[in-house]
Ligand binder design. Sequence first.
Ligand code: NAI
Ligand code: A1CAB
Length: 290
Amino acid sequence: MASKQVISDSNVKERLSRTMVGFLGGGRMAQAMAKGFISSGLVRARNIIVSDKSEEMLDQLGNIGVRTTMDNREVVNNSDLVVVAVKPHVVKPVLQEVKQVVSPDKQLFVSIAAGVTIKSMEQDLPEGTRVVRVMPNVPALVQAGASVLSPGTHAAIGDAQLVQELLKTIGICEQGPESLLDAVTGVSGSGPAYAFAAIESLADGGVKMGLPRQLSIKLAAQTLLGAAKMVLDTGKHPGELKDEVCSPGGTTICAMHTLEKQGFRGTLIDAVEAATLKARELGSLSAQKK
Ligand SMILES: NC(=O)C1=CN([C@@H]2O[C@H](COP(=O)(O)OP(=O)(O)OC[C@H]3O[C@@H](n4cnc5c(N)ncnc54)[C@H](O)[C@@H]3O)[C@@H](O)[C@H]2O)C=CC1
Ligand SMILES: O=C(O)[C@@H]1CCC=N1
């Protein structure tokens, strides 16, 4: 087993600049991450290799300068860090396909698949393989992602540090116990979709009240961005910030009353719960598959 030593930040960055990063599956999330890594400048496009079964996906990836292949084993053979970026139900067959060429001393496996547990990954890979499970999100594309990672049984502290440093190039990255990852999926993994729907709906409201569509979308998006930035930068509770917008007898409190009557908060809480439970279900389905 690799030694559980903490390594300095500069060593991690230096190791990262030499790391060959592979992606098994080159769809939306792999493309967002690969483009984010390249834009950060810490990972060179020529140090990234991606496999996919779809030529269309490989063409899209070729356009950003990374190496592409249809052969998953070629990715593993040429990578130090392998991101498993296929859909959850495809993880097991893909790991079975590449297992023969994995050397536990060489490759570190990083799964981003919703629900798929560290235990099932470790069972599908050779004994002693270092695994880190991550839940990232799609704003990785614009270096505004949010990720949480959990190291597997054989991962060294240096491995978790390396993955954290890599993910910090595309946003924030926290470490936490694996038991939290399905709820992380419910909040931030799936969360961009809720935010996009919110932006679209706010913009529809603006259009209903006479704003041009493009202006309305821009205002709605900037409003979510600005509000999010205030929460992160001020450290104030979101409820306090909400109160600061609500003037007594003013416009906002009337809007808040409407939102509360329609179950706005309860609906968001239900949405996070639904996504979390679905992630758990995906995990138990993938564990059952032979
Ligand atoms: N889309 C998102 O916002 C997020 C997705 N994830 C996770 O990332 C993973 C990928 O999701 P997406 O990128 O959205 O899916 P996607 O469908 O866009 O990408 C998956 C890719 O895998 C390819 N593929 C299928 N079978 C394959 C095989 N046997 N070998 C190699 N490639 C194969 C497909 O052609 C496709 O391009 C999932 O496990 C998902 O849970 C995690 C966080 C956010
Ligand atoms: O919808 C999904 O299953 C994936 C996982 C998190 C975001 N997208």
